[in-house]
Design a protein around this ligand. Structure first.
Ligand code: ADE
Ligand code: ZN
Length: 322
C-alpha cells in the first residue's frame, strides 16, 4: 500500500534542499550561471559524499539571486510536498542565502516566501512555517547575524531558530550566544546533531543549546543512557531515514535506528531533509517505514501526531491543520 494520500506533518525540510533540479537548471539557464557540473546525466543532483553534497547545495543556491527566486522556489517545493499529502511543513531558511545577513534584505526575501506560502495554503491546503537556520561551517559570527535576522522577524511565519551545515566543524557551545539570543526573542529551538557526530555531540548540543527538537539525532543510539535522557526530557527527534541511508550515515533501511529509538520511548518524527537530493518523498519515507519495520497505519499516524504536537506554530494553527 502507498501512503501518498495520508495527511502528513513534516518538521525537517531545507527550503533550498527541496529545489527540484529542473527548477535550478532553469534558473541557471535564465541567468547564464554555469553549474552544469552539479547535475548527472539524468538531470539529478550529482555529488560524492556529504561534504561534496554541501558544496553542490551551495552551488545550486547561487541561482537563487533574489526574493522572486525564493517565491518561485517556495511554490515549487510546496507543490511537491502537497502532492505527497503534507498538510503542514516547517522549513529551514537561511539569511546566508537570502541577502547575506542584511536584515532589510532578509525581510524582502521573507515577504516573498510568505506570499508563496499564502498562495499554497489557499490553493493546495498546505501550511508552511519557517525556522531561521545558521550554517555551522560558516562559523559563530555568521550564526549571530542569522540569529539577529531571526529575532527581528519572529512572528506568524518565523517560529524557530536552528543550525544545519557541517556538523564536525566546531562544538555546539561555540554557537550558544546565537541560540540564547534567538530563545530570548521567543523563538523555539532545534539543532542538527548526531547525524555525523557521535553521542557526545548530541549530549553537548542538549547541554549547551537546550533544543526542544534535534535534527536527526540518530547516533544517540550508541549511548543508551543518552537515549533514556532524550526520552525523559521529551526531546523530539526529526528523523530523516531516506537522507541517512542515501548519504551513508547508516548502511541500510534495516540498520536504521528509528525503530529502536521509538521502542525505548523517544518521540520520533519523520521528514525528508532535502528530498530531490536524496531521491525521496514523504510518501517514500512512510512506505519504506511500513515495509522495513512492519509499521501499520496506527504507528504512522502516531508519528504524524508526534510531529504536530512538536510543531513550533501556535495552537490555533495546529487545530486548523489537524
Ligand atoms: N543542510 C542541508 N541538508 C543537511 C543535512 N542533511 N545535514 C546538515 N546540513 C544540511
Ligand atoms: Zn537537515
Amino acid at each position: 500500500m502507498s501512503y501518498r494520500a495520508m495527511p502528513k506533518v513534516e518538521l525537517h525540510l531545507h527550503l533550498e534542499g527541496g529545489a527540484p533540479p529542473a527548477f535550478i537548471r532553469g534558473l541557471a539557464k535564465e541567468k547564464n550561471i554555469d553549474i552544469s557540473g552539479i547535475f548527472d546525466e539524468q538531470g539529478g543532483y550529482l555529488y560524492r559524499d556529504f561534504e561534496h553534497f554541501l558544496q553542490v547545495y551551495e552551488a545550486a543556491c547561487t541561482t537563487l539571486t533574489g526574493p522572486e527566486e525564493f517565491r518561485r522556489l517556495t511554490l515549487a517545493v510546496l507543490e511537491e510536498s502537497a502532492a505527497h499529502g503534507v498538510v503542514y511543513s516547517e522549513t529551514f531558511v537561511s539569511p546566508d542565502f537570502c541577502g547575506g545577513g542584511d536584515v532589510g534584505a532578509w525581510r524582502e526575501y521573507l515577504a516573498a516566501m510568505v506570499e508563496a506560502a499564502d498562495e499554497a495554503e489557499r490553493t493546495m491546503g498546505i501550511t508552511l512555517k519557517g525556522i531561521v537556520t545558521c550554517i555551522r561551517h560558516m562559523g559563530p559570527e555568521q550564526a549571530k547575524t542569522a540569529a539577529k535576522c531571526a529575532a527581528e522577524t519572529k512572528g506568524d511565519f518565523i517560529v524557530g531558530y536552528g543550525m544545519a551545515g557541517a556538523e564536525m566543524v566546531g562544538r555546539p557551545g561555540d554557537f550558544a550566544y546565537s541560540f540564547d539570543m534567538a530563545r530570548e526573542a521567543g523563538l523555539r529551538i532545534t539543532c542538527h546533531a548526531g547525524e555525523w557526530g557521535g553521542p557526545d555531540m548530541v549530549a553537548d548540543t542538549i547541554r549547551d543549546l537546550a533544543p526542544e527538537r534535534i535534527g536527526h539525532g540518530i547516533n544517540a543510539i550508541k549511548d543508551l543512557a543518552l537515549v533514556d535522557q532524550i526520552a525523559e526530557q521529551g526531546i523530539v527527534l526529526e528523523v530523516c531515514p531516506g537522507s541517512n541511508v542515501f548519504l551513508n550515515a547508516v548502511p541500510s533501511w534495516e540498520a536504521h535506528p528509528i525503530a529502536k529509538l521509538r521502542d525505548r520511548g523517544v518521540k520520533v518524527t519523520v521528514s525528508t531533509d532535502d528530498p530531490p537530493f536524496f531521491h525521496t518523498t514523504m510518501t517514500d519515507e512512510f512506505d519504506m517505514l511500513a515495509r522495513t519495520f512492519g509499521w501499520e497505519e496506527e504507528v504512522l499516524s502516531e508519528l504524524n501526531q508526534t510531529a504536530l504536537d512538536a510543531a513550533f506554530c501556535d495552537d490555533k494553527t495546529k487545530e486548523a491543520v489537524a
